[in-house]
Ligand binder design. Structure first.
Ligand SMILES: N[C@@H](CCC(=O)N[C@@H](CS)C(=O)NCC(=O)O)C(=O)O
Length: 216
């Protein structure tokens, strides 16, 4: 059965799912919500447990909640560590990345400059040293062991935003993290994704207007 992601045509909460789908190498189609009528129809279909997107239709399931979707893919495609202890670490590092990324998610609905200020002055100094230390003390290829996990992909989303919105030089004080980031971006599946149609552009006024018109 074909895998399908339903979300708006922008990053938001859908982008991490796209990054993970790229990381596991799964082909999928996307349906973009563009009209209020389409959104109302989707809600009526009963596919959305909480009347929220992203929705991932996969293996006969209608999955919502980004964390649930990420973990389903992680379990199925071996991106969740190799035992319970490693899975717990994956969870901690993954959840940390979600807290870190929350400032970039907020940029759609709040003042972009305020968010970028907070990202630079509060979030970067809070999170980058933590991930630098994990990589340094673990001395592993990825955050948890030598296999990529959803923790790496969650962090990748944050680092892509740091580079794009704040500049690579913010990573200069974290050399291990910076090298790890370059390696992640250079992975075949990731570099193909970053150049391809599933990777969404930064928010435009049109995107923000669509989100407001369709979802709210
Ligand atoms: N915790 C949920 C939040 C999902 C969410 O808030 N989605 C927004 C779009 S980004 C939505 O569907 N909003 C419509 C609504 O809540 O009525 C997740 O992570 O998937």
């Amino acid at each position: 059965m074909a895998t399908k992601l339903t979300y708006v045509n922008g990053r938001g909460r859908g982008e991490l799912i796209r990054i993970i789908l790229a990381g596991v190498g799964l082909e999928y189609t996307e349906e973009y919500l563009t009209t209020k009528e389409q959104w109302e129809e989707l809600k009526k279909s009963g596919k959305l447990l909480y009347n929220q997107v992203p929705l991932l239709e996969i293996d006969g399931l209608e999955l919502v909640q980004t964390g649930a979707i990420a973990r389903y893919l992680a379990r199925k495609y071996n991106m969740y560590g190799s035992n319970d202890q490693e899975a717990a670490k994956v969870d901690m590092y993954y959840e940390g990345s979600r807290d870190f990324y929350s400032v970039f998610i907020a940029m759609v609905f709040t003042d972009e400059n305020e968010c970028l200020k907070k990202a630079k002055e509060v979030m970067v100094p809070k999170y980058l040293p933590v991930y630098e230390k994990i990589l340094e003390t673990g001395n592993t290829k990825y955050l948890v062991g030598d296999s990529i996990s959803i923790a790496d992909l969650g962090l990748l989303e944050c680092l892509l935003a740091v580079e794009e919105f704040l500049g690579m030089e913010l990573m200069d004080s974290y050399p291990i993290l910076k090298e790890y980031y370059q390696k992640l971006k250079a992975l075949d599946r990731i570099s193909t994704f970053l150049k391809g149609p599933h990777r969404k552009m930064r928010n435009t006024e049109e995107y923000v207007a669509t989100v407001r018109k369709v979802l709210y």
